[in-house]
Structure formats: C-alpha cells, structure tokens
Design a protein around this ligand. Sequence first.
Ligand SMILES: *Cc1c(COP(=O)(O)O)cnc(C)c1O
Length: 428
Amino acid sequence: MKNAKLFERASSVLPGGVNSPVRAFKSVGGVPVFIEKADGCILTDSEGNEYIDYIGSWGPMILGHCHPKVVEALQNAVRKGTSFGTPSENEVLLAEEIVQRVDSVEMVRFVNSGTEATMSAVRLARAATKRDLIIKFAGGYHGHADSFLISAGSGAASLGIPDSPGVPTGAVKDTRIVPYNDLEKVELVFKEQDGNIAGVIVEPIAGNMGVVPPKPGFLMGLRNLCDQYGALLIFDEVMTGFRVARGGAQELYSINPDLTTFGKIIGGGLPVGAYGGSSELMSLIAPAGKVYQAGTLSGNPLAMTAGLVTLQQLSRETYAFLEKQSANLQEKLENTAMKSNVSIEIQRVGSMLTIFFTDHEINNIDDASKTNHKAFAGFFHSMLENGIHLPPSGYEAWFLSAAHNDDIIDKTVKCAANAFSFIERDHF
Ligand SMILES: *Cc1c(COP(=O)(O)O)cnc(C)c1O
C-alpha cells in the first residue's frame, strides 16, 4: 500500500500529488505508482513491483535507465562540482555534438527545459523578423509558456481563448491556431496576415496528441510558406530531436527549419533544453546581440555531461536497433488486437508510437479526441497490473529505449493480448 499512502501524503503537500499533471493518472483514473529506482527499461516502485517502462521519462531515456557510461560520467562529474555559473568545457562539447549532427544548427544556447527553449526561440523569431504573430497548431505542445497555452479554435484564423486561468488574453493575442496537417489553413492565415507573421512553430512529428506524423508535403509546405512570406520556421524537436534519427525529424524529412528547439534526450535525464539555428540568427542572442535570455543553471555541468555521453552513445546502429524493435512491437500488437477483434490504429515514427483505439487514421487533435479513451484507460490499467507501465493517457507517445530487447517486446505483447481480450468484453 505504499504507493497509495505516498500519493495520499503527496496530495496534501503537492497540488494534485504530483509535479507535472499527466503523472496524476487523471485521464485513466487510479493511483500513480511511485518509482524508487530504474535500470535499463525496468522501473521498480515503492512496493518492490517491477514494470517494463514505456514512458522513458517522457523521452530522455533513449539508452535506457542508468546506462553505465552515463552513470560513470556523472559520478566523475559530480565530484568536480555541481554548478559553477561560469563557462565549462562540456558546454562546448555538447554544443559541438549537436551542431555536428543537425544540419540547420550552427549555434545553440542551452537552457533548463523545453519550455524555456520554445519561449526563447519565439522571442528570437519575433526579434529577427520585427513581427509579433506566431502560428501554432491545435494540440501541439510547446511547454507551458503563456503564449502557447492556447489550442482551441477550429476556424483558420480564429482568435483563441487561453487554455488556462491565469494566462491573460493579451498573452495569446499574437498566437494563431491552425489544425495540424492542414496546409491550406496555414496559407489562409499567411494571406490574411501578410507581413505580420514572425514564425510558425511546429512539432515536425506531433507527439503530444499521441503520435501524429506529418502528412507528405506538410512540412515542405510550411517551409515554402515561411520563405514566401518572410517568416521563420521553428521546429520544436524537444521530443523528436535525437529520438527519430541521428539528426532529428529534420534529417528524416530532409527539411531545414530556421530555428530548432531541443530538450529531453540532450539532457540524458537531467533538466536541459536548447535552441539553435544559423550563426546569423543566433548572434542576435545576448550577449552577442540584443535579444535577452539568461539562466543561473543554464549549461549546468551535470546536465551537459549526461547529455554529451548520451549523444555519444547514439550511433546509426542504435537508431537501426530502435527501429527494428519498435516495428516489431507495432506489428505484434496489431496482430494481437486483430485476433481479439479490437480496432486499433498504431501510429509510429521510429521509437515513438501511440495506440489509438479507433479504426481511423489520426491526423490532428480532433481525430485524436474522437478515439476511445475509455478503452485506453482499461487497456492501461490491465497493462499496469501485469507489469507494463504505459504513459497514463491516450494522448501520449510511448517511448522505446535501447534496452527494449526481444524478450521485453514479447512480454509486452503477451500482456497486451490479455488487455485486449478484457477490452473486447468491456467496451465493444
Ligand atoms: C516536452 C516538450 C516540451 C516541453 O519541455 P519541458 O522540458 O517539459 O518544458 C516542449 N515541446 C515538446 C514538443 C515537448 O515534447
């Protein structure tokens, strides 16, 4: 009962008992498990129960937990000091590693979270273009900065209302919302607002409405519209960066954005974010330029170390392995669901995937919201009881790691077969 007891205590000292909303199991019900330790792809909770992990800290743990090289490097680093507030070597090495892998990036600035990265990239885009308006996509998540906390509004150029109390209308008045994968609507906004759009911020593979890949031509269309109207294209690769390919989604789809945001994997499990682009654009950032952005713990030596060692382990072979394991998991889950007569749509790019309980392809947040989330909740709990920890929401991506071997995939599929049969009885 330790999990339940901890959650009860947590709920009196932490809002909702957690430090980030999805962790509270609100959309699937029940009590979250409190994790005591992790190794490879196995989580162990406060009661000693083990789970195969498909959360991977929401993406960073691509090598698996406690990769020996990362642990060793961190142990060495921690003895040398945890924060200096002065430049240190690993900031240079990690920046070089990123620049070398990502074509469109010549310079980066490190921050402490993905939220900070997107916030700062938008500030830079506005400064560089001397324009205010930003286009974002409904269901696209770019962290919790005020100007992104807006998603509603199905009409093309509709002025949205904020998603959260406390976000002033003024903070989102320069954000325009368009459905994901809908190039025509984007073009409409550009035409209506000719000369006012600073940039388009997009998850090149949407991962925060469940995994929704870009339709063929969508990203290229955005690239062309941005060029035509003098706006900047911002790829939010906080999730996809170094996840779907060595050079991120931009390598996979061969599109170079003007600015890219990173996070998650580049911190190897420690808190980091970064944004980058051409030297010309990045030189507008203080102190090289006038666009102010700073951080007491930015470039933190422990975070830089974990990120650097993580990237160094991510070879082409790692991505090939991740693709093989993930494709195998997808195929086996699809077959298993079919045998149980449960309609699912698995959408996957590399080692990120989502099972949608539907028989339709999902192209945007509207589609995702019409899937059977009650069936997902049932599936989730059946899996959890059998030792598989999925992300506790039908709007999230599952992440595989280099530690998800054949045996782990087979165990997962076996539990899923059981979960699907349960769903068939209860929901269809
Ligand atoms: C996780 C995420 C963020 C926010 O990053 P935090 O480190 O949680 O602030 C931003 N954009 C995308 C695409 C993300 O997946």
